[in-house]
Design a protein around this ligand. Sequence first.
Ligand code: CA
Length: 232
Amino acid sequence: MEQKKVLIIEDEKSISDIIKFNLVKEGFSVETAYDGQEGLDKALSVEPDLILLDVMLPILDGFAVCKKVRETSAVPILMLTAKEEEVDKVLGLELGADDYITKPFGMRELVARIKANIRRTELMSSMQDAPSNVKEFGNLAIDMNRYEVRKDEKPLELTLREFELLKYLAERENKVFSREQLLEEVWGYEYYGDIRTVDVTVRRLREKLEDDSSEPKYIMTKRGIGYYFRRP
Ligand code: CA
């Protein structure tokens, strides 16, 4: 495997150093930045394969950096959060972060998450060259191979996670899945993740897919159980 580059944007040098040490040991090349502005500059200049982004940073905070990077780049961003309020903000805002991990975290978990996020991005770019495999559901057309979705012929801008959730449910029409099952199957977490991530992703998907997201016709809620996909 070619060497992957991780940019660590973290102002606490002791944390940055230990992450760097562990990533280098795992075969990554590592760049570091110690404030938000330096981080933003490096994000755009060194072309990392993944950015580890702390929330509380001098000059520009992690939220601002994330938004700025997303204006020009689809690089996977893994946010480092310290407080529950920060998690809520990462989940609730349209920041474009791909994932988050809460401090304090174990190095093995961090490395696993970094690898999973990089793999996901690689998978996505390889999918774009794949032969198309379009399935139609009402006025929705989902290309299961190419990660493309059209509604009434118009392409929808879905994130990779949103697409994977939609694909998973649409390939298993009418079958109800709990949020825990979806987290495990779609996000692939081997550890206990945050099931709110599933709710937030469903909400965003509905906003993009449905005519009226308060009265969904595709992604349905089975009260007290979970979610399923229905052909309208
Ligand atoms: Ca910090």
